[in-house]
Ligand binder design. Structure first.
Ligand code: ADP
Ligand code: MG
Length: 202
């Protein structure tokens, strides 16, 4: 299957990134995200705990908490994800798939979260997201009345022109890389904008 071949290729490239490159690029991505009006306007934020050289998120957590934002992290529950409030890093411990997960804490419905930050294996220039193949975020975000913005964090090496996206695949409103921000709000997908690439640089 095409998605699986892509996953393997992109994950193996990301694994080869040095710790130092991962850290430096992650800091750049987080700083760029923290400056966006979308972050500044949000009262609640969903974050993730990085695994396997995903973009780090510690700095976003630190700043969000210092501003008094409500921050939730996903916890795997069967086929689904719960999003639970996390106040300090001590509220997280090792969970499914090697990621840190909240041990308890109040749950927030995905529909009520202002801004959701997602990791991904790859993203394309229309904002489609490729995950690890279990569709957790696709299912968790397929809820009526969801109004929050979806932001994908990725390294440039994870951006590809066109993913073999399926109708159930969630599409990001924005992507942040170590080099730029891609915005897709209001973008309708046409062959033209897929080949010409994402939104404006900021
Ligand atoms: P990923 O998003 O992790 O890359 P896929 O997009 O391939 O993985 O999704 C994996 C599986 O999850 C799909 O084959 C589908 O069966 C299931 N899935 C995804 N979204 C939904 C949804 N909204 N409702 C029900 N099942 C879904
Ligand atoms: Mg998917």
């Amino acid at each position: 299957m095409v998605k699986n071949t892509l996953r393997k290729e992109i994950l193996s490239r990301r694994r080869q990134m040095s710790d130092e490159a991962c850290l430096t690029r992650s800091l750049g991505i987080q700083e760029r995200f923290l400056q966006t009006p979308e972050f500044r306007a949000a009262g609640s934020l969903a974050l993730y705990s990085p695994v396997l050289n995903e973009v780090y998120t510690e700095e976003i957590f630190r700043v969000a908490r210092s501003r008094g934002m409500r921050v939730v992290y996903p916890r795997v529950q069967g086929e689904g994800l719960d999003f639970l409030l996390v106040e300090t890093p001590d509220d997280l411990s090792c969970g499914a798939f090697g990621a840190l997960e909240p041990t308890g804490g109040q749950a927030m419905a995905p529909a009520d979260i202002d801004l959701m930050v997602l990791p991904g294996v790859a993203f394309d220039r229309a904002g489609h997201r490729l995950g690890y193949g279990k569709g957790f975020y696709d299912r968790a975000l397929d809820v009526p009345g969801r109004r929050g913005l979806l932001v994908g964090l990725c390294f440039e090496q994870q951006l590809i022109d066109l993913l073999p996206a399926e109708p159930h695949d969630v599409r990001m409103d924005m992507l942040v890389t170590e080099e730029r921000i891609l915005s897709f709000r209001g973008l309708s997908i046409t062959p033209n904008n897929l080949t010409k690439g994402g939104g404006p640089k900021r």
